[in-house]
Structure formats: C-alpha cells, structure tokens
Design a protein. Structure first.
Length: 166
C-alpha cells in the first residue's frame, strides 16, 4: 500500500491584533493542505514602510497563533528576503494568499510559479480587518473620555494604512 504524500501549505502575515478575519483565513488555508505553516512577520515596516507597525509584540502574536487549531507550525521572519528564503528551504506544495494579490507581483511569486508551488487565493467573505479593529478601539477609547452628549464620528475609512486618522 502506497502512503499518501502530506500536502504542506504556507501563508505569511504579521497577524497583528488577531481577529475573526484572521481565523477565517487560517481555516480556509488549512482546508487546502494537511500541514499549515504560518510565516509570522516580526515587523512589516522594516522593508515596507507603507505597512502598519504591529501593536502587539511578536511573542504575543506567536502565542495567539500557537493556540489556533488550524496552525501546525510557525516560522517568524523579518524581511521579504527572509520570506523568499523560507519558500526555498521548506518543501511547500501550496502558498495561500489573499485574493487582493491575484493580479500583483508579490514577493516569492516567480519562485512559486517556477517551482510548481500552487498559488491559492482565499476570498474575504467578511467585514473583519485589522484596520477596522484599530478604528473601533480608537473610537471607543476616545468616546469614554468625552462627555456623554458628545460622541466621535470616526469611520474606518478615515484610518490610513499607517493607522493614523486622516
């Protein structure tokens, strides 16, 4: 009897302020493979300054991911070059990304295509996001410091990618 090869998948993110959207994404990622590796970026602003700086430490984010039933292994990394090295060092069958990357040239895309690593783009069928969560926390913290008859009118669209209100 021939044994079945375990299908290994990988996804990369910062996973700051872990929320329901992250969990849904990880569940969908796990449904595409037998063994899911999560690349945990320590701070995406190191080589992509337009990204949000993490609120939580890498230890907090690692601990949260470790407790997630869909995650089999976590590999912390720092730069986009590290991400490429991870793709080259591990036996990956499928890479899972958000569908916003489908028509973009992202780190490691050409390596995956040239080496037979399937690219799977998961769908976002929900309203959850780190930007919205940051906005809600800000709004609620600001509201508790205001008189009861004054409430802030801040929406998630007022938050820029760096987490500042525009």
């Amino acid at each position: 009897m021939k044994s079945r090869k375990i299908k290994t998948g990988i996804t990369f993110s910062c996973f700051d302020l872990l929320h329901a959207g992250h969990i849904r994404m990880l569940a969908e990622a796990k449904s595409q493979c037998d063994y899911l590796i999560v690349g945990l970026q320590t701070d995406p602003t190191i080589d992509r300054p337009e990204k949000n700086k993490p609120v939580q430490t890498v230890v907090e984010r690692y601990t949260q991911l470790k407790g997630c039933q869909y995650v089999d292994e976590i590999i912390p990394y720092t730069t986009e070059r590290d991400l490429e090295d991870i793709l080259k060092l591990y036996q990956i069958d499928i890479r899972i990304l958000g569908d916003e990357y489908k028509d973009k040239n992202f780190t490691g895309r050409s390596f995956c295509e040239e080496n037979g690593i399937t690219l799977y783009y998961n769908k976002r069928h929900h309203r959850f996001s780190s930007t919205l969560l940051r906005s809600e926390v800000y709004k609620k913290e600001k509201a508790k410091n205001l008189p009861a008859d004054v409430q802030p009118e801040i929406t998630s669209s007022q938050f820029s990618k760096n987490g500042k209100i525009t």
